[in-house]
Structure formats: C-alpha cells, structure tokens
Ligand binder design. Structure first.
Ligand code: NAD
Ligand code: ZN
Length: 362
C-alpha cells in the first residue's frame, strides 16, 4: 500500500527575541500594497490601555479591533460577522495581524481564510474544506502553550461542531515570538496554558503516530516545560518566558506530526457541552488519567502541587446523565485521537459508557 506520511507546510517566517514586537511595522511594510492597501489588527482586549497599545504599528488607513476573549472561545458566528463587516466597509485587506493568545490567533487565522472563502465558516470546519488561500496573516502570541502560533488549525465553536478550519493555508505566514509579551499573564492562565503544551507532548509521545520527528520536538519541549514548571528555578521569570515560548512552538510541532490523545478527546467533550476553556479543561481531565498516562500524570500532579494550583474536584456531581452522554458522544467522535492513543481496535475498548465513567471522575 501507498505510504501516507504527513506532508505539511510550516510557518514561512519566524522572528524570536525580546523586543522583536517592535519589528512588526517593518515586517508588514512590503505587504502594504496588496489588495485594498490596509491591515486589520486584532488585539486581545487585555491590552487596551496598556503600554502595548501604543506600540501596535497602526497606520491611518488600518482597522483595529480590540476583542474580549473572556466570555467564550472563538465562534463561527463571530468570524462570519467580523468578515462581513470588514468586507462591507473596506474590501479585502492586505493582511490580518492577531496579537493575543490562542483565541486571538485562531480568530486571525480563521478571518484570513474567511475573507476569501464565501459563505459561513461552518461550511469549512474540518480538514481541507477551504477552497482558496486566505490573505497574508501574522501571529503574535501573548500567552504560550496552545501551539496555535504554529498549528495548521483555527479552532472554532459552531452550532454543531467544535472543530478547526484545518488546511495548509491556515498556517501563519509570519509569527513574532517576543517573550516580553507573556510576562503579564496571570499565574493561573500561565499554568493552564503551559500545561496544554506539556499535555500535547505526553499525548504525542504515547501513541502509535509517534515517530522520530515528532519525538525530537516533544523531547525538547518536555525538557523546557520541566525547567519552567518544576523545581526552584521554575515560575514566571524572563528566562522561563523565553523557554515557554519555545516549548509551546515545539509541542505544537510534535502533535502536528503525531496526534493528541485521551486528554484532548475528553477535553473537547467538556468544552463543547459546558463551554469549559480548552487549557483549563485539559488540566481538570489530566488529573484523572493515571490509567492512560501514569508517568505524565504523576509529573503533572507534581507541577500542580509545586505551584499550588487549585484544581476543583467533584464537578460531575452536578452533571445529569444526559449531559454526561452528550460529552461522551463528542469525545467518542474523535476517531483519529483514539486510533493514536488506543490503537486500531479502539472501539473494542472505548465505549460511551467508559467515557461517561471517565467524566464521572471529574
Ligand atoms: P486565550 O487566548 O483564551 O487567553 C486566556 C486569557 O489570558 C484571556 O483572559 C486573555 O485576555 C489573557 N491574556 C492573554 N495574553 C495575556 C497577557 N500577555 N497578559 C495578561 N493576560 C493575557 O488563551 P489560550 O489558552 O492561549 O487560548 C485558548 C484558545 O486556543 C481556545 O480557543 C482553544 O480552542 C484554542 N486552541 C487552539 C489551538 C490551535 O492549534 N489552533 C490549540 C489549542 C487551543
Ligand atoms: Zn491543546
């Protein structure tokens, strides 16, 4: 049979270093003549009124949106409305710049694609459904861990699915990794989002898709995670911010060339049904997966204890049988993750009842 190894496009350009954010204007300059000759900046609302606001290189013709990501994760409706508004007022922009965490970066990636693809973004949730390349898009992470800066997906919650717009054109043309930007992340978010990287690596490593290429990224990312989250050199320091930024990128590359597993499959169920945020949901679940990832979970618990992170227990007491069933169905419906984590006979092992029992542990 014909081999089916993954053949993926990476980020075109990457700049890494303290203060590199101030190179953004220069980086955008050669692209400013494209399309209608203006840029769209999407900035996490956290930065409104902060010193970064005055450093965003907005020209008079540009559009800037400060977007709050507190209420919910990015939705298909949010992308469609933003796209319609932008096209109606100014036409096709030269490019889109997303400055924020996984939420803002996914909004920037999705917007770039939806500016050139007709109809609702719900039509394109899945693999390779997008018809045309999007506009030039730049990602500037301000919180590290999801790997959204490097991944080929833009995760959107729609009326039916929580699923990414996933294709080669989703990948950023340019990213700017400036570790200074993540210094202000609140401690709990720093931990949850950082743990997303740690979990990406544990899951990528423990499954049949793992290979020498994905392993090399996971190994390095795990080493950096241990430096950032374990022991007396750990914590939010300038040096650790640099390490975490690189760990996030490498964790993302590892899972791109392998796959995520049990924790992410359950996490999607929890997020889709109850709206629990991705990284936090992963932490709630990882705590109870010692049967699947004994070493990873033991180390995860060490990190939780070291940083005195409070992970609530007994949540499932509030959930009806129907809620548990709906969560289990969302999780069950991620065959690529189960195939990776459990193997080709995963359906003999993973059942709706077993998934409901796993959710009952929470
Ligand atoms: P986020 O973007 O949702 O932000 C979390 C919180 O941190 C927000 O309150 C935000 O305002 C705040 N914040 C961000 N930067 C800050 C800073 N420098 N200082 C202070 N506060 C700051 O966080 P996230 O965890 O990075 O992203 C989660 C999203 O990423 C979810 O929507 C999830 O679906 C998505 N995701 C995407 C991928 C992918 O590959 N595309 C992978 C995993 C998760
Ligand atoms: Zn994740």
């Amino acid at each position: 049979t014909r081999p089916t190894h993954k053949n993926f496009k990476g980020i075109e350009k990457t700049v890494f270093g303290r203060g590199s954010f101030d190179q953004l204007d220069e980086i955008l300059a050669p692209h400013r003549a494209e399309n209608e000759g203006y840029f769209v900046f999407l900035v996490d609302n956290y930065f409104k009124g902060k010193s970064l606001e005055s450093r965003v290189p907005v020209h008079s013709e540009d559009l800037t949106y400060y977007i709050s990501v507190e209420e919910h994760e990015p939705t298909t409706q949010q992308i469609d409305e933003l796209r319609d508004k932008i096209l109606a007022t100014r036409g096709l922009p030269s490019g889109v710049v997303g400055i924020g965490g996984g939420s803002i970066m996914d909004i920037a990636k999705a917007l770039s694609l939806m500016l050139t693809n007709d109809g609702s973004s719900t039509l394109y949730q899945g693999l390779n459904l997008i018809k045309k390349p999007g506009v030039y898009h730049v990602g500037v992470p301000t919180i590290s861990g999801t790997g959204a800066e490097v991944s080929m997906t833009a995760v959107l919650t729609g009326p039916v699915k929580k699923l990414g717009l996933k294709c080669e054109w989703t990948v950023f043309n340019q990213i700017i990794l400036d570790p200074d930007l993540i210094a202000s992340v609140p401690r709990n978010w720093w931990f949850y989002t950082g743990m997303d990287t740690y979990i990406h690596c544990i899951e990528s490593e423990n499954g049949r898709m793992n290979n020498a290429y994905s392993h090399a990224f996971a190994e390095q990312s795990l080493k950096l995670c241990r430096e950032v989250f374990l022991g007396n050199q750990s914590g939010q320091t300038p040096e650790n911010d640099e390490k975490l930024m690189v760990a996030s990128l490498m964790g993302g590359l590892s899972l791109t060339y392998s796959e995520v597993g049990v924790c992410h499959a359950l996490s999607y169920g929890l997020s889709k049904i109850l709206g629990t945020r991705h990284c936090y949901a992963n932490c709630l679940i990882m705590n109870h997966l010692a049967d699947y990832y004994p070493e990873g979970v033991a180390e995860f618990r060490q990190m939780v204890a070291y940083h005195q992170i409070d992970l609530p227990q007994g949540l499932s007491a509030e959930w009806s049988d129907e809620t548990l069933t709906r969560m289990a169905e969302v999780s069950y419906n991620l065959p690529h993750m189960w195939l990776h984590a459990i193997g080709p006979h995963w359906q003999d092992v993973i059942t709706i009842d077993l998934l409901k029992d796993l959710f009952r542990r929470l």
